[in-house]
Design a protein around this ligand. Structure first.
Ligand code: FRU
Length: 548
């Protein structure tokens, strides 16, 4: 239980130069609006109700006379008509600037802000990192994510929550898991307990279970929370932690449980990052877990899933990956992953912490992945975004079986064609591209180019080189890449250009990257460039609608 300060202690602390303040608020509106400054002390703010600590954070509240850089909000709908005590280890004047309203500050202009990603998910306010608990259930895709609702930098980690019916248009909901007196809610996954093996729901009303890492005072342990109302409200399991990994192996780094159903063995599997790799645990009731094996060589955010090779469901392989998306291909018997390959990559740039959806209907059968991109949006009250959802496949490539990733088909609904042409010279293509506005909506360019000399060629946007394919060195934008048919001199790509990001997929998804979109450095034009002549065999340009 956190300590409460008496008036005399307060006075004493005041005299010794430290601060502490309290404000009792009767909640009459939906939101508390919190004025934030970018610099200055970050102090602990606790929200209490009676003896209970509702949640807490470290926050830079604006002091008397300070102009807020932006406002964050805290949803207090559940406390209407009740009293909340704001207990702050900072200056008292900060608490006076907190206001109550049924609207949060900035709500009327949300999603139209200058640097708001237009077709990538981002949070209304705050910082986001890893996607968590990706789950399809009853017509909804659930996207939970690491969320700091109290600032634009990493910290105060809650599970934020958004839902979508088509993987493209998202509605942000109130926080799913909030920080509590035990610590922060780090990454994890979610499942639906249809058979009620956990006893936390019922067969008629199956519980949604979220497995998260508690970043506590003594290390990282694995915990469980459950929801009986499709993820809208959550209860933390009374006997947490369910896997006590605190300082296991002498390390702090034991986290990010990914849980899934292993049908052949009729049991649940947890892949957990532990120290120097990913461990496997088994369970039949989702509460008691037994360690079964460990694969070294991966760092945080474990994933493990099965995919058909070349679409042949009689021939499958398992893929294990870590936070960078680098992966090994192998076999899995429910207890042990046996790698059969080295570690490969299919993406570079911003992609981080990829996770795939659980519970996608068998009739759909897709392995759908969302990753985080730590892209900053200059001057905006939000940081980071999710990359486009992609479908993963295993294909036989020139050097063996490899993973491919391409945007899910649902993304197509956002595209409106503005240009389509075949068999162009570079000059002809650039002439046509002059009519494409680059300062309006998002853009998607789908093209196949053929170099006449194995040197460099690519694309420019607003005077910045955004694609540099170097066939001399076998590189795309500096990263090694060699196409499957290395004699064709061809490269095909689908490139998605949003306000602050460029996400590109090459040769059917064999490789992709995400970069920042830089400020215009020249004419607002999209154009091909090449050291020698370049054939543009196929060119399609689309505008991309906003998802908001
Ligand atoms: C990856 C990660 C996870 C951790 C989370 C905390 O980005 O470091 O390992 O659970 O972020 O926000």
């Amino acid at each position: 239980m956190l300590k409460r300060f008496s008036l005399s202690v307060l006075l004493l602390l005041g005299l010794t130069g430290m601060f502490a303040a309290e404000r009792l608020v009767t909640i009459h509106s939906r939101y508390l609006n919190l004025p934030i400054v970018e610099e200055g002390p970050q102090c602990k703010l606790m929200f209490r109700q009676g003896d209970e600590l509702v949640t807490w954070c470290r926050i830079r509240l604006a002091r008397e006379g300070e102009k807020p850089a932006y406002w964050m909000y805290y949803d207090v709908q559940a406390y209407r008509g009740e009293k909340l005590l704001l207990d702050y280890e900072g200056e008292a004047s900060c608490l006076e600037n907190i206001t109550q309203s049924d609207e949060w500050v900035g709500q009327e202009t949300v999603y139209t802000e200058a640097y708001r990603p237009q077709f990538h998910f981002s949070t209304r306010r705050g910082w986001i990192n890893d996607p968590n608990g990706l789950l399809y259930y009853d017509g909804e895709y659930h996207l939970f994510y690491q969320h700091n609702p109290f600032g634009v930098e990493w910290g105060n980690l809650n599970w934020g929550h958004a839902v979508s019916r088509d993987l493209v248009h998202w509605t942000e909901l109130p926080e799913a898991l909030q920080m509590d007196e035990t610590g922060e809610m780090y990454s994890g996954s979610a499942v639906v307990d249809y058979e009620n093996v956990s006893g936390l729901g019922s067969k008629e009303r199956p519980a949604m279970l979220a497995f998260y890492t508690l970043q506590g005072q003594h290390g990282q342990v694995q915990c469980l929370a459950y929801s009986l109302d499709k993820g809208r409200t959550w209860t933390k399991y009374g006997k947490n932690p369910i896997v006590d990994t605190a300082m296991k192996g002498g390390t702090w780094h034991n986290r990010d449980p990914k849980v899934f159903w292993y049908a052949p063995g009729k049991h649940w599997v947890m892949v957990l990052h532990e120290k120097d790799g990913h461990s496997i645990y088994n369970s039949t009731n989702l509460l008691d877990w037994t360690w079964t094996s460990h694969t070294p060589g991966f760092w945080e955010c474990p994933e493990l899933f099965e995919l058909p090779v070349d679409g042949d469901s009689a021939r499958t392989k398992w893929v294990m990956s870590g936070a960078s998306g680098t992966y090994m291909i192998g076999t899995f018997d429910g207890k042990r992953f046996t790698p059969e390959t080295g570690k490969y990559y299919y993406a570079t740039g911003y992609l981080y912490a990829p996770q795939t959806f659980n519970n996608v209907p068998a009739a759909d059968g897709r392995r759908i992945q969302v990753s985080w991109a730590s892209i900053r949006h200059a001057g905006m009250p939000f940081t980071g975004m999710m990359l486009l959802p992609v479908e993963l496949k295993l294909v036989t490539a020139k050097d063996g079986i490899r993973l491919t990733a391409l945007p899910v088909k649902e993304v197509e609904q956002l595209l409106t064609p503005v240009l389509k042409a075949d068999s162009l010279t570079m000059d002809e293509a650039n002439e046509k591209l002059k009519h494409v506005a680059t300062d309006g909506k998002g853009l998607c360019v789908k093209a196949t180019i053929r170099l006449t000399h194995p040197t460099n060629a690519g694309l420019e946007l607003d005077g910045n080189r955004i694609l540099d394919y170097d066939l001399n060195f076998n590189r795309i934008n500096g990263m090694p890449y060699s196409p499957d048919d290395f004699t064709s001199l061809r490269l095909s790509f689908d490139m998605y250009i949003d306000r602050n990001s460029i996400e590109a997929f090459f040769d059917g998804g064999r490789y992709s990257f995400t970069n920042d979109r830089k400020a215009a450095a020249g004419d607002r034009l999209l154009k091909f460039w090449s050291l020698e002549e370049l054939a543009v065999e196929k060119l399609e340009v689309f505008t991309v609608d906003s998802i908001w």
